[in-house]
Design a protein around this ligand. Sequence first.
Ligand code: HEM
Length: 465
Amino acid sequence: MTEESNSGNDSPLNRMRRRLTPPEFPTDDRSRMRMVVDSLILHLHPTKVPRSTLRWTYTWGLGGLSALLVMLLALTGVFLQMNYTPSPPQAYLDVLALRTDTWFGDLLRNLHHWSANLLIVTSVLHLLRVFFTGAHRPPREVNWLLGIGMLLLVVGGNFTGYLLPWDQLAYWAITVGTSILTYIPVIGQPLSGLLLGGPEVGAPTLLTFYSLHISFIPLGILALMSYHFWRVRKDGGLTIPKSASGREEPAPERVTTIPHLVRREVVWAAAWLAILFLWAMLIPAPLEGIADPAVSPNPAKAPWYFLGIQELLLHFHPLVGAVIIPTLGLGALALMPFYDIHTENVGVYFRSYRGRYISLLAVGGALLLTPLWVLLDEYVLDWAAWLPNWPTLLSNGAIPLAIVLLGIFALDEILRRSFRVNTEERVLALFIFLFTALVVLTIIGIFFRGPGMALYWPWEMPALH
Ligand code: HEM
């Protein structure tokens, strides 16, 4: 503030003069640098933020960590690209050479690999935190949709990157992953043909995946991420945390972004970079023998993030397991801010005290019922054999789907009658139940499926070949 405004002589002319006079520019290098950095930070952040939003236990720093991983991926990706040729078998040889002949090549590859996998986990956890605190509700519905777009691109980036080492793991995981596409009616086959560049995974697929991986997908993530950040500010900053009793401070205390928020961000980023470097130095990214289209491993599994869907394919007709259920799930997720719209308890984890108990109940229910259903379907139910004259879309698709949906409706009804839950608590319970079920299916796919995709205890798994 100038002396004039302090003295109360704040006429419109003085105000305009102040606006037009450039701020004093520091002359020494350090202060000048500081000013540039501060100004850069304040392009991304508001000048002040509510103190309560800085609490770790509210955001868990998951959005920031995801952004850090995106930057690390872009940086390591540029270096990897300098030592890589997107055509078989050179692609595999390049990765081998990167590991042994290039300075820090192995470290860069490991960092890139683990950061990409971690990014899926942090993006999903961030989505959960946003949903659990009701931060997806109006006016933040656009940011929710942008988030879903980014999550799809992050999965797309992982999937296209999976093929690039051109080893057995990559070749067969992408073969299984892209075969899921062919179950989409009408457009499935042409879409798969377009992506593969032929009837099966081959040199054109590697080139297509590489092009997508280094251009459209990272550019898409960068564009959506910039818009995502801008929207956080546009929507009035982060949602303000409230206690489960719904009480909120009358006027939340606001603190300056520099240093309060920035200090936390720097410490968080430094800690995670240290963890990631250590992890990448100790645990190498997998690399098997060169891709051999003639030798299929048993079992051939999709990348881990699609193993929930691959597990569904073992229990449902492909149209139901690979298309209808994922589409309904994604559609319901995208439309969430348009039907789950109570704005009173935004900022309260799990909506209320009762919401917390209901959430625990939903997790427990899914942990119990999902493996039970997998075992029942594996060893007892055999609709296709019991109804041999029915089309499999009905016997193995519509019937099991109807039974699962009826089971979910029955659980919802029990919840509604026994606990008198309201609509938002029912949406919460249903979301948590289905999400936990998906996690359980993915874990079964990763650890409990062995040769022939049969069920095994992980410690009794026959050696995979
Ligand atoms: C690459 C992936 C992502 C990045 C880098 C990212 C980044 C961020 C950051 C830095 C914030 C502010 C701080 C925080 O809440 O942690 C934020 C907030 C938010 N994000 Fe994301 N995000 C990503 C994915 C998602 C996804 C998958 C969703 C949901 C579908 C989502 C929805 C939101 C919403 C609604 C907010 C505002 C939260 C509030 O006001 O409390 N984001 N994001």
